[in-house]
Design a binder for this molecule. Sequence first.
Ligand code: HDD
Length: 722
Amino acid sequence: MNWSTLAEDVASREMEEAGNAMGSKKRAAKAGRSGSSDTLAGSGGELHQTASSRGVLLTTNQGIVVSDDQNSLRVGPRGPSLLEDFVLREKITHFDHERIPERIVHARGSGAHGYFQPYKSLSKLTRAAFLQNPNKRTPVFVRFSTVAGGAGSVDLPRDVRGFAVKFYTEEGNFDLVGNNIPVFFIQDAIKFPDLIHSVKMEPDRGYPQAGSAHDTFWDFASLMPESMHMLMWAMSDRAIPRSFRMMEGFGVHTFRFVDSKGASTFVKFHWRPTIGSQSVLWDEAMKISGADPDFHRRDLFEAIEAGDYPEFEFCIQTFDEKTAAKFPFDILDATKIIPEEVVPLQPIGKMVLDKNAENFFAETEQVAYHPGNLVPGIDVTDDPLLQGRLFSYQDTQLIRLGGPNFHQIPINAPKCPMRNFQRDGFMQMMVPKGRVAYEPNSLETGVPRESPAAGYASYPANVSGPKTRTRSPSFADHYSQARLFWRSMSEPEQRHIVAAFTFELGKVETVAVRRRMLGHLANIDGKLHRRVELALGMEGQAEDIEPAKAPIDMKPSPALSIVKKAKLTLKGRKVAVIVTDGSDASMVEKIRQAVAKAGGRLAVVAPKIGGIKPRNGKGLTPDHALAAAPSIFFDAVVLAPSRAGATALSKDAGAVDFVRDAYGHLKVIGVFDGGEALIEQARVEKDGGVIRLEGPKGIAAFVDAAKAGRVWARESKVRGPI
Ligand code: HDD
């Protein structure tokens, strides 16, 4: 049967069903905005998303049934195509316009739906309706992103990650547009275009993509002492997270909570993953970028599909004006944190991501966040970075989404009534009724009116002063918190920071830029500076940089270290077991159960994807072929080939690399049966992280070791001194 006959056949068989689809279309129309997802949100909106994607007959955008979607209209079977072919022209035109401008920053992102639920009422601090009732769930849409790379770039460059949450509250949308790092590179929004131009690919040569390891970035950063604290975070493990599910999120700026009486409290927002934070190693990140550019996107999607829902605890730090005045830094300066040891975090609720986006473009790409999307009870402060952001986001969406009606796109539309007298514009999706499109009015009743009681009221902060372009002297300390961060790290984390600076500055061609950065490192901490200059082979070459304000020594904050507060768990983690023909299937089953009991998932990796014949039990169906599943994809591995299987694998560079990488990336390695031969072939040392699974306690010992994460003691042996 050729394609056109098949299409006709399907069309005629499904004519009847098409009638039913029309029926459901009518029902959707009746349901209005609160009804089926087929309708577009919006008061009085009569338009519906076309049913064609769910109906049975293929139609044009005008609803005309297409008779042949395989052949364009032409003169005779071999003649020229006809311009009158409206089906072809419409299809190609639409295709030609499929791409919209990608975000200038955070172009690569992955999204998911979920809900937020508070633990208790926060009425003492804020009147925000979604924070009042512990029984109420508020829908959310979250988008995680990298910053510098384009939409098609890889998931694991060294970069900040965006952590943007849209709360669809009963009082309208509240967007918390944060990052996985609690500070920022710059203090004033006017420097944002410069920062981004410096980190993006260099304009003359068009590279590097998605990476900060190049001259323009370090040139700019080294001329901006205020970026030093953020640079320490960006060079730390925070910038190479293991998963979106395993990173913290921060609102960065100081915001205000406002209660029902109008009293205000300063607030900083934090997200904490319930399964703990974890990062990959830089060598792993580079390899993952090649082996699976979608590593984080896939991980998020698959975890949600598997019902292993990412969860984040929402925490706040609150303080009043008096306390703020006592800090040795300015709470309006986005390059500073308030250590948790000084103002503890209060957990106030939990966010669960339980549904993947159904359509990447419609939802993840078109979602439009804006820090100015605020609800009554939450307000901004005068942080000059935040103030500039309040302009930028709305502005960028106008060009990115093509006009002023992007709030009507389903992913952006509030889930509460939205009605006003704004009219027309590109892509108006609603059909507003009536004669009155202005306010005040008296010609119609039942039209929307303002409400001083229910409406958003800005906190009436007192402001006065001369108009000026000055940076407050209270923003002048650029090194104390960079030092605090460095001194709060564990030994492996410090080692990674040194290695990251060495890698990044090693890519910088201009010697003066490297010297300038070494000068800043000397101001941050003498040991840090010494280690980086030695690793670069640039002893004694640091430029002398005079701090605008002498740094102070702050008490180290263990909460800043991922390693120090790591959770001993396999939850959300993946363990691989390598098997071959003749492997022990019952052992694999026992390992699977033990890993699952600890909250992890076991993936079976075999030389061939088609299946293996174990020496006992039925067949074993692999999840991955070895060639497509290097050990960088997993948190711990078990080598359980048969002895004959191991002999064959020993000659396979992929299998040997699997073991070497697992070892080099400090993973716990379980060994069973022929696994011993593989270990020998890979020539890795049998240290405390290489565990034999034979014996009554073998599997339990492996799982316990894997819960602890990486074998840090091994690192100095495989990476050498730095
Ligand atoms: Fe921004 C996107 C986070 C400073 C201008 N930003 C964007 C996204 C995140 C952040 C997570 C992606 C949202 C999404 O997934 O669609 N940005 C931050 C944080 C900042 C910050 C935490 C500092 C604390 N941003 C910042 C400044 C400006 C911008 C100072 C401009 C003055 N940001 C934008 C933007 C983007 C954006 C150009 C690009 C796409 C978009 O807004 O929707 O307007």
